[in-house]
Design a protein around this ligand. Structure first.
Ligand code: DQA
Length: 148
């Protein structure tokens, strides 16, 4: 099965951006971790990052036909994008929302997610481990044919 791992704005700066919040690893390190984890479970990962809302919407639409499930760190779009929320619903695939940081322990505006209610699950505050946990959960959900 194919799992899309989609990353939103500014995550290309991982490793140099706010290391105290997001850690020292790079986006490339994160891609390696996701690819290795999925391969160990017998799945493929298509790992992408964009700074553009419309591109993220396009990729979620692509997931309708090209992915079995999605791990999504929508970054700042999480907090205000109705377009991303609608694309999650439209993709008709299980989507797990992931954040490296604990969005509930930061500024108030980060505590609100436009997308949590339409995702199969939410993981935050676990750093890179959160992506690994999301891949494990998706693999298990896809194997059992359930979306929760
Ligand atoms: C983030 C949290 C968001 O609030 C923020 O805008 C990001 C990254 C995270 O992974 O912790 O860019 O999604």
């Amino acid at each position: 099965m194919t799992i899309f791992v989609l990353n939103g704005p500014n995550l290309n700066l991982l490793g140099s951006r706010e290391q105290d919040v997001y850690g020292a690893g790079t986006l490339g390190d994160l891609e390696d971790l996701c690819t290795n984890r999925a391969q160990a479970l017998g799945h493929d990962v298509d790992f992408r990052q964009t700074n553009y809302e419309g591109e993220l919407v396009d990729w979620l639409q692509e997931a309708r036909t090209s992915a079995d499930g999605v791990v999504l760190n929508a970054a700042a779009f999480t907090h205000y994008s109705i377009a991303v929320r609608d694309a999650i619903v439209a993709c008709e695939r299980p989507v797990i929302e992931v954040h490296l940081s604990n969005i509930f322990g930061r500024e108030d505006f980060r505590s609100h997610s436009m997308i949590s209610a339409v995702c199969a699950g939410v993981i935050c505050g676990l750093g890179y481990r959160g992506y690994q946990a999301a891949i494990d959960a998706l693999a298990s959900m896809l194997a059992s044919g359930s979306s929760s």
